[in-house]
Design a protein around this ligand. Structure first.
Ligand SMILES: NC(=O)CC[C@H](N)C(=O)O
Length: 198
């Protein structure tokens, strides 16, 4: 049985829990730092990244989150979660968790396109993955070790760097669970291989 946590400070927590739950996965809504110890993988949901960061600081989650990522266990960030994972955020002095070597731009689609849906090709996931974008960020630049796994209109909307996965849309808001299955497979693989020693 794999144990996957969803950071439950703010945002689309319930939806991720529903998508991940399955015969091989126990899902835990993470509300206390002590819960990190039992997890094999972690999802950082969409929501509002500045609010999430405020709550991360308020409840002293920053160091435990970084420590969890350091163990080499997989982390998956969607939308605001992707923003939390980026090393650089355009227009801001520094990133939050700074896990992935990429620069993101928040609210990159402008007011006219606050939310929309599209079918995307996602490497190793599918050719017609339904993606819901809500005040979505874009990945403007990636470092060498980052694999771009999906683009929309030539702009990067999903990427993977080793055991870190991120997308700018909301796979948890559709009935298409292939993106979550891809992450579950990453978690299973990492558990099999063992985590990196810190
Ligand atoms: N749906 C989302 O998660 C939107 C992210 C939000 N625009 C932010 O900057 O945090």
């Amino acid at each position: 049985m794999l144990k996957i946590g969803v950071l439950a400070l703010q945002g689309a927590v319930r939806e991720h829990v529903a998508c991940l739950q399955g015969p091989e996965v126990e899902v835990i809504a993470v509300k206390k730092v002590e819960q990190f110890d039992e997890l094999d993988g972690l999802v950082l949901p969409g929501g509002e990244s500045t609010t999430m960061r405020r709550l991360i600081d308020k409840y002293n989650f920053l160091e435990p989150l970084k420590a969890f990522a350091e163990t080499g266990k997989p982390v998956f960030g969607t939308c605001a979660g992707l923003i939390l994972m980026a090393k650089d955020i355009a227009g801001q002095p520094e990133g939050h968790l700074s896990l992935m070597n990429m620069t993101v731009e928040r609210n990159a689609f402008g007011r006219q396109r606050e939310s929309f849906e599209a079918d995307l090709i996602v490497t190793d996931v599918g050719e017609d993955v339904r993606a819901v974008f809500i005040r979505a960020p874009l990945i403007k630049e990636v470092g060498e070790d980052v694999e771009v796994i999906s683009k929309f209109n030539d702009e990067i909307v999903a990427a993977r760097e080793g055991r870190f996965l991120a997308c700018s849309f909301h796979p948890e808001l559709t009935d298409d669970h292939r993106f979550h299955q891809y992450f579950v497979d990453m978690v299973a693989q990492a558990k099999l291989e063992g985590v990196k020693s810190v």
